[in-house]
Design a protein around this ligand. Structure first.
Ligand SMILES: [Zn+2]
Length: 274
């Protein structure tokens, strides 16, 4: 099975410690140019206006760091793998590559979906946090300049509603551009990202027939707040909290395929049209 190969390759990448280099702020090194083992972030530069982010799927402990004493430190199980597999699916479905930023470092050391004030408690962890955001910022800027806008999908996992995928757009704020251009339909309609998942049989929250954009829980963290299109230098950003039923060792393969298909269908409808 093809997806198995990708996971094997991904695992091999983890074991070898062969991290794709994170672009530095000024030099913008291409991912294949160098290996920076101290930076536990996998970053792939893309060609399409789509960025996948997975800040909570890592498990590699940062040398010289200690467990964070404040905040949530639990890993979003298999979200790093799902992000990577989804990017592979999208490469099959669309004409080009998506951008990917995945934290390999543990959330015990740094939480890339928090403001820097509360994301880490020591310098070693700060360097990992900074590497994550350097990559995201560079890719968001690049996508905006090259395509005039884009979609950032921030991939997480939750166990509160195991059979649901939960939407986080800060109650619509982080998809301001999308709403302005296409209306609410693009966020809650049947061809929206969550509409596409629902069509494939996934439970989604909030329910799509709801009339407003209010999201109860997991309604978007730092990443959607900082990189979303409510900011002048942002793109449309959606946090996706995948229920634990969809992240099992077997289930994650189908989830990633379906998510790739959903993003591709969304992109064809709203993103890649001129
Ligand atoms: Zn998370």
């Amino acid at each position: 099975m093809r997806t198995r190969f990708f996971i094997a390759a991904f695992a091999a990448l983890l074991c070898a410690g062969a991290w794709l280099a994170v672009p530095t702020a000024a030099k913008s090194a291409r991912p294949e140019e160098a290996v920076a083992p101290a930076e536990l972030v996998s970053a792939q530069r893309g060609t399409l206006p789509i960025i996948l982010s997975a800040p909570h799927g890592g498990s590699v402990r940062v040398e010289g760091s200690k467990d964070r004493k404040e905040g949530v430190t639990v890993k979003d199980l298999r979200t790093a793998e799902i992000a990577w597999l989804t990017s592979q699916r999208l490469a099959e479905k669309l004409d080009g590559k998506v951008y990917v930023v995945i934290a390999q470092f543990s959330r015990k050391d740094a939480d890339a979906n928090r403001d820097s004030d509360e994301a880490y408690e020591n310098k070693s962890a700060a360097a990992q946090y900074d590497a994550y955001h350097r990559a995201l910022r560079e890719y968001v800027d690049e996508v905006r300049k090259a395509h005039g806008g884009g979609l950032l999908v921030d991939i997480h996992g939750q166990a509160r509603h195991p059979d649901k995928i939960m939407r986080g757009t800060r109650d619509g704020q982080s998809v301001k551009h999308l709403l302005g251009e296409f209306g609410r339909e693009a966020v809650t309609g049947e061809d929206s990202l969550f509409g596409q998942m629902a069509k494939q049989g996934y439970g989604v929250l909030p329910a799509l027939d709801g009339d407003d954009l209010k999201e109860d829980m997991f309604n978007g963290g730092y990443i959607t707040g900082h990189y979303g299109s409510q900011n002048k230098d942002g793109v449309d950003a959606i946090q996706l909290e995948i229920g634990s039923d969809y992240r099992g060792e077997e289930a994650m393969h189908k989830t990633a395929e379906d998510l790739g298909d959903a993003i591709a269908a969304f992109a064809k409808k709203y993103l890649l049209k001129k």
